[in-house]
Structure formats: structure tokens, C-alpha cells
Ligand binder design. Sequence first.
Ligand code: GCW
Length: 681
Amino acid sequence: SDSGYNAWLSYPVLPHGSLYDQYVKWCGTVKVTEENETIQAALQEWRQGIESMLDIKVSSESEGLCIAIGTFQGGNAVIRSVFAEDTIAKVGSEGFAIRTRAEAGCIAIGGSTPAGVLHGVFHLLRLIGSLSPIEQLDEVVNPVNGLRMINHWDNVDGSVERGYAGRSFFYENNRIVDDLERIRDYARLMSSAGINAISINNVNVHEWETLFISPAYLPDVSRIAGVFRVYGIRLFLSVNFAGPMHEGELETADPLDPGVRQWWKNKAAEIYEAIPDFGGFVVKADSENRPGPFTYGRDHADGANMLAEALESFGGIVIWRCFVYNCKQDWRDRKTDRARAAYDHFKPLDGKFNDNVILQIKNGPMDFQVREPVSPLFGALERTNQVIEFQIAQEYTGQQRHVCYLVPQWKEVMEFNTHAKGETSLVKHIVDGSLWGNRYSGIAAVSNVGNNKNWTGHLLAQANLYGFGRLAWNPDLSAEEIASEWISLTFGTDPVVSGTISRILLDSWNIYESYTAPLGVGWMINPEHHYGPNVDGYEYSQWGTYHYADHQGIGVDRTVQTGTGYSAQYIGSNAEHYDSLEDCPDELLLFFHHVPYTHVLHSGKTVIQHIYDAHFEGAERAAELLTMWSGLKERLTEDLYVQVEDRLQEQAGHAKEWRDQINSYFYRKSGIEDINMRSIY
Ligand code: GCW
């Protein structure tokens, strides 16, 4: 077996039956007339997928029913005859039209660009791989979000910041790798999931990576861009705001200094010389000790606009991150609230950014915790391009040792109603640009891949990578649909396998949440590496991450009257509900309120009893995941079975550790017994 390397492009053999016969009837012949490298990649993918799933040979010669693929302008007569002008007019630059036309003897996939055609081919392969009928196809499919981006936190020394799947497959020993085979397979996976933009280096740009935009590295960076280009993906780089000083040329990085502005303009010209379709820059500035405009008394708009000006004439964009907060906070200071920071920094700058700047906002106000409210910046920026940032890497959700399918969490965030413009103003409509009519918009996420054979360490963590791409393409897909697609494409269509894995995935977020930090308060993890329980791990630190537990109660008071006032960053009824002890949803109670352990939740339980119950149940349910998986032993290849079994074993044991540390901590603090008298230490 391939150990999971082929992931959702494994193309498992399909069961014989009427659908199989239908596929064989249509799919054995393919007609392509264009030489374009992206169209040729689509053809190659088609061959590989069909030959593997149907166990037949694909020919381009034979007569009879066929698949025709190509662009509308590409000279393929079949494509032209199948699609009407008004259909063609509906197909955007990355979308496609697909139609079964018995009269023409073909299923045609047409796009206005080669990338669109490629997406169409992946679409049909996905339909077949999940046993959908193909004899009545007639649809136009366009991606909902413009930017569908993956951010790598890879360093050129080969390490990956918050990487849980081995080392980087882009870099080794301060060089870009020679062999691009794995990167090509990665591009196939990303493209098939719908991704169209990838930044390849860490937002914390260190010494060597600062030179990625200089002649020392540009030729190699451009080799990677060439691989991505074939699959319709644009390459981006994270840049160091202090770059102009690093190459020893300038003594300042002040964004209003004419010399600095010229330096970036020259850089942009050099970059586009090497990579004509370069996407642009990702920037982490004045954040966690990274350099930025603050050093020169300038603001984020000054910084971002300078870079934007340099890229504008080449069609490039600046993606400026909003993860800006005081990371040197005094824990004794109860007024400073990290949750407030992004809004406080960026709301006043709304409307001040150039047209080709996009602000990248983390989904929550803190940092990718298992539970956080939605960032109040969504809804607050009416005249600024923005993308949402998720973290596929499971930094705070089990580090790809525990299973935690994050698509349901992302869905919840995307469906959140901000009330920013009229009654219904969902995050997904801010993110897709439709609410405010933005020039650029979309969705980005921190990657969870590395050089482990199966890409993601935990095989089931592949579902998050696939799911992110699919959700970025179409946020209306459900978490269930995405899970079920991923399972069929990866493991085949056995309904028992599908039922079990789907349940494991869909329960996993709730299970992880229940045995870790309670009721939205977050953290309680070991400092630095962030794995495993440590209730006070960040309690007396400078990072702004506190739970304030004492012998009477727990939680962060973020109300207007007595707390940090964070709740007022929301609009209308959201602000009211979060601010109110009565109306605040249970799962976020301790994010917004400090309450006694005896406070009664909407569920009817006291906070302390909720903590005990959730932790006992969570650990038990984690152990059941292993039992459920064991039922698949005879149905999966041994290699795939065993690698997940190992991880689920670790999770079951580790969930107990979480349970016992959290329960014991709160029992000792509160002195309140568990009403069920279970073992607490
Ligand atoms: O989640 C935190 C991580 C840092 C990361 C930072 C960020 C790249 O712990 O490792 O730095 O967020 O998003 O910039």
C-alpha cells in the first residue's frame, strides 16, 4: 500500500454494478485537442483516475461515447457544439461547465481557462469516486471564494513551525529541494481540493528566508512556482518587513522613506521578471516581535500600502495579517485584553488600505483555540478587503495525534451572523466579498502537511486539508458531505467503512473540546510546544492568555460594566447576548464571564459539575473512537488500519491525562465533590 501518500487521489477500485457499467460506457475514451500544460495535466489525471478506479485502459483513438475536455476557445469542436453561449458566459475564470450530451455522444467539460478545465476533470473524477450517476450532468460550477489559500509555516532549514507531520518537503539544509516530484503531487492534491494560492514560507521570516526575494533564492523559488502554475496555483512569499536593511543596503525600513519605497519597487520588478504570475506578499508585521511600521511611528496602512504600491502594476497583492497584540503583557494588569487587540488596531484603519491590500484575520480573537467566539473584526471593516484565516495544523487541537475534524468548527464560524449590514450578514458573505463588494476576498489557512509519508501524520487529519479546500471552494457544502467525499476518495465506497469513519470525524471536535479547557476559556496547555494539559501553563505569563481560576470561580470578565469591554466590539444583539450572563451561550461562558463554580448553565448543570461530567465523558468517548476503528480491521489495508489505530491509542491514553489533571485541579481549587463520586485525585 502507499501508506496514505496518494490521499484523496488514491482512486480506489470501484465495485461492479450498474454505476460501474455506466462509467465504463462513457469514460474509456477521451478527446483532447490542446497542448497546454494544464490541459495535459488534466488528461494525465483523467487517465490515472479512470484506469485505477475502473481498471480499464483509457484511449484517445476509439470511436463511441467519450469524455471531451478543453477550453471553449481551444478549438475542440465537440466542446463548442455542446455548450450554448449563455452557458459559456456563466463560466468564470476558474470554473467549468459539464454536460452529458447523448446526441453528441459525449460528456463535455469546458472551461474559459485551462485551470477551469482541470477543476472540471477533478470534479468528474470525484463524482465517479463517490458513486454518483453521470448520465444527466448539466451544470456550471464556479468557486465561491476568489482567494483559496494555503499558508506554509516552513523554514528553509527544513523545520516547520507548528508542523506535526515531519519536516518540510520544500526545503532541506537552507536550500530548496532539487527533486520536485513530491511538490508536484502536493500541487495535484491542492488543486483537486480547489486551492489556488500557496505561500511557501513561514510568516516568521528568518534570516535566510528574507533572501527568498533576492537572486540567491529567486531562481529556485521560480522552479516551485512553475510546478504550481501547471495546477492553477499562484505562489506567494512571506516577506520580512525589515528586508531593505537585511541586504545591507539601507539603514531604515520606514515605509514613508523614499529610498525604502524604491527598494521594494525594484524588488517587485526582479520578482516578476523571475515569476510573471507571482501572487504577492504575506506579511506578519509588528506581531510577536516581528519588525513592522510601528518602529518608525507609522501605522499598518502605511506599511501595507507601501508594499501594495510596489506590486500593483504587476497585478500582485499584499496579504497583511491582523494577528497583532501585546505579547509582553503583565499578567497583573486586568485591563489589557488580548482578545480586543486585532479590532482595536485595525478598525480605526478601515478604508485606509490600498485596493490591492487584503487583511488576513484569524477566525477568533485569540489564537485557534478549540472554542472561541468569531473575531469581531468580521463585520467591523466595511471598506477593506479581507480574508479569514483558519489553522488546519492542529496546534491547539491535538497536534495531529488526536483526531479533530475541524470542518464543523469552520462551518460554524462561516455561518455566524455579524449583523453588520442588515439582518443577515453572515461571515461567509463577508469572506466571499459579496456583502461589501470587495475587489479581493477569500479564505486562507495554515497548512498541516510535512514530509511524513501520509502528508499529515495522522491519516484522518487529511480530512481537514481536503475539507478546507472544498469549503473554500463552496462554503455551502456540509461537514457531512465533505467527510463522506473524503472517505470514498481515500478508502473506497464500502458503506461500513464510510459510516464508521464519518462518525469518528463528526464526533471528534466535540470530544476533543470536552476533555480539554472548559466552556470556551481556552489554553491550559504546556507552554511553547502547546501539547498536553497544564492548567496554569499560561496563567502567569506575558501572552495574555488567562483563566483566572481561584477557589470560588473561573473565567474572564469581558463585559462592559465590570470587565474589559470586549463584548462591545460585536454588533447589536451579538454584543448584548455575549455581555449578558443569562444569554451568553454555555460553550462560551468562561470566555465572556467570570462566574462561581456553582453558577448554573443553560444545560441545568453547575459549572463545576459540567467540568467533571464533560471530562469523564470526553475521555470515555475518546476510548470509544478506538473501539469503533477496531471494527474496520478486516476492511482496510493493514498499513492504513495500523497507523490510525496507533494514534487513537495514544489519544485514548492522553485524554485520561487531560481528564484527571483538569478534574483534579478544579476539585482541589473548589473543594466541591463530583455528585457521582467518580475518581478525582
Ligand atoms: O498560533 C501562534 C503560533 C505561532 C505563530 C503565530 C502566528 C507563526 O503559536 O507559532 O507564528 O500564531 O500566527 O503568527
